[in-house]
Write a protein that binds this ligand. Structure first.
Ligand SMILES: *Cc1c(COP(=O)(O)O)cnc(C)c1O
Length: 288
């Protein structure tokens, strides 16, 4: 709800680059999946700042290439220069990207999914908004839940709570679940961004293994139910697992619990038709 095009947790993660001067920057270079929410948000950022945007993918699904939609179409419409490596390896360090020229520093390199330290800047503002809301509403203790990809949002949120409310340290706990890899992967991500384990979010999981992007009946069912009961449209990649994990851990609800909607609904343009085709017997209400 921050802005029609620049929203969700990606707007928080990229806020540093939106808000600072950076007069040397002319172009963003990043990489990842051709459907990614981060890719779309970077295309909006580049457009707003008058920068170019080159984005590397190792493949684009044929169906998507022939029928552009969702984040992919949105980013291309914003002028993204798509570099399809056609199964070739994406370079491992910024210096290996073709855009890089020794001695020039007009590139802004963004890690996949916005996994970088500058994300802390915007996420801290989110933490402060939550703290203000707690004060206004006299909510002393709070559990916060949000599903993770890279874990950057959850990590910096927990860290910001510790740092903004040192006297109440530990009162606001951040819970998350890994949607992309497993708990070990997520833990590793946390350590790469913050060495102090006291500032790491608490990881919850389901017993069964979950594959990112796979169409699970349970995920679709809970997404439809959430819409029916709350009127809120959640994203179809992260939130269904997030809610399933949260509801499987009722101990979290021993304190008032805040679930953070992280945006990403433009990505539903590709996920929803796939779910509808796979589970035609499951139906939503109204416009779903
Ligand atoms: C990117 C994204 C996430 C994951 O954010 P991380 O900071 O990478 O953990 C979760 N939900 C939605 C809707 C997203 O777009």
């Amino acid at each position: 709800m921050l802005h029609p095009d620049f929203s969700g947790n990606k707007a928080r993660k990229f806020y540093y680059f939106f808000h600072h001067d950076l007069p040397h920057v002319k172009k963003i270079v990043s990489y990842g999946s051709a459907q990614s929410n981060a890719m779309y948000s970077l295309s909006v950022l580049a457009k707003m700042r008058g920068w170019e945007f080159a984005y590397y993918v190792d493949h684009v699904a044929e169906y998507l290439r022939e029928n552009p939609h969702g984040n992919y179409k949105g980013a291309l419409d914003n002028g993204m220069q798509l570099r399809d490596l056609r199964q070739a390896q994406i370079p491992k360090d910024p210096q290996s990207f073709p855009e890089f020229v020794e001695g020039k520093n007009d590139l802004l390199f963004i890690e996949e999914g916005g996994r970088q330290k500058e994300a802390e800047y915007g996420i801290k503002l989110l933490a402060q908004e939550i703290i203000d809301w707690q004060e206004e509403n006299n909510v002393k203790m709070l559990n916060v839940f949000l599903p993770s990809g890279t874990g950057t949002t959850a990590l910096f949120l927990q860290k910001s709570f510790s740092c903004l409310t040192p006297h109440a340290s530990g009162l606001t706990r951040v819970y998350t679940t890994p949607c992309v890899g497993n708990s070990d992967y997520l833990k590793k991500q946390f350590f790469e961004l913050e060495r102090n384990e006291n500032d790491h979010p608490h990881i919850l999981t389901l017993e069964k293994k979950h594959h990112f992007g796979k169409l699970y009946r349970e995920n679709y069912k809970i997404w439809l139910k959430l819409h029916e009961e709350t009127g809120v449209v959640f994203d179809l990649l992260y939130d269904p697992l997030g809610w399933r994990v949260l509801l499987a851990h009722p101990e979290v609800f021993s304190k008032p619990t805040l679930y953070i909607h992280q945006g990403g609904v433009l990505g539903n343009e590709s996920m929803l038709p796939r779910y509808k085709r796979k589970y035609p017997e499951l139906k939503g209400s109204g416009d779903l």
